[in-house]
Ligand binder design. Structure first.
Ligand code: PDD
Length: 287
């Protein structure tokens, strides 16, 4: 099998030949930001909002954006073309660059790394079975809106979930739901879809925004407001969203069934709408 092609600082090369110096601040400090962009039928999905969020993350950590939109699009298009697979997941990261270890900002050129991984959607029947989640205290910092590469808290939380046989940790801060370790959270309460409002406590998920938009467009009641722990535990449905998971129903929370322990009717509806939107975009003639 040939190694996938990656982009590193202006060059396209096989992944096993791409090297970053040990003094890169991404390696030393986790000093950088990233994006994950799904690609369906060889087209990036919701590219504009992903690039806008990248711009926001870079501004928040005061790294100059190394490219304009066209520059990013060109790299992403080239990587899609040079890698196999109709569906891919583009991972890109920008770090503050290479410099002697010192906390203060160096004058350095940002390191830019982009790779493509196969995006394997789980079989529809498997998704419809749903997953188990556990609740954990949100131990992360107060800038969770920044898509930082420093993910140690998220990793520890996800690992704790996995060790308890669950797919995700749903996080609670001050008695309210924030998000998952690597996903946003939705619940259904009295037939209304609810997701926490955007704030520094959550990543403004691109999938989250699309779900909210599609719910409004299709007349499904949907609110962006705080969700208490009690509401979470009594919700008739819970879903996780992300660029790689799409909309995933949680059928058991902390070992207890959510609703009747099966993917619920509102999820069936929104998932149908989401899948139709996805395929419509890939075949514009159909929409
Ligand atoms: N993570 N919240 C967190 C903490 C995340 O890490 C992610 C995605 C999301 C969902 O955002 P989006 O819908 O834009 O993918 C929410 C990516 C997929 C990852 O780290 O691999």
């Amino acid at each position: 099998m040939t190694a996938p092609v990656v982009y590193l600082n202006g060059k396209y090369l096989p992944a096993d030949e791409a090297c970053v110096p040990v003094l890169d601040r991404g390696f030393i400090f986790g000093d950088g930001v990233y994006e994950v962009i799904p690609v369906y039928a060889r087209r990036p999905f919701r590219l504009e909002p992903h690039l806008q969020r990248l711009e926001n993350s870079l501004q928040a950590v005061r790294i100059d954006n190394p490219f304009d939109r066209a520059g990013w699009q060109d790299i992403i298009d080239t990587l899609i073309e040079r890698n196999d697979g109709e569906d891919q997941s583009i991972y890109l990261q920008v770090t503050r660059g290479i410099a002697a270890r010192d906390h203060k900002f160096p004058s350095a050129t940002p390191t830019v790394f982009v790779m493509s991984n196969p995006l394997v959607a789980p079989a529809a029947e498997k998704t419809a079975k749903g997953v188990e989640a556990i609740t954990l205290e949100d131990i992360r910092w107060q800038y969770c809106n920044i898509k930082s590469i420093a993910l140690l808290p998220n990793i520890l939380l996800r690992q704790q979930a996995v060790e308890q046989g669950a797919a995700e940790a749903i996080l609670l801060r001050d008695g309210k739901v924030t998000e998952g370790a690597a996903s946003n959270v939705f619940v259904v309460v009295d037939d209304t879809i609810v997701t926490p409002p955007k704030s520094r406590c959550i990543l403004p998920g691109i999938t989250r925004d699309l779900v909210v938009e599609l719910a409004h467009d299709h007349g499904l009641p949907c609110e962006e407001r705080d969700i208490s722990e009690t509401e979470l535990r009594n919700a008739s449905e819970i879903w996780l969203t992300s660029s790689t998971k799409e909309i995933l129903p949680v059928t058991h929370l902390d070992g207890r069934p959510v609703g009747d322990g099966k993917a619920g009717p509102v999820w069936q509806k929104i998932n149908r709408i989401y899948q139709a939107f996805k395929s419509g975009l890939q075949n514009p003639g159909k929409t």
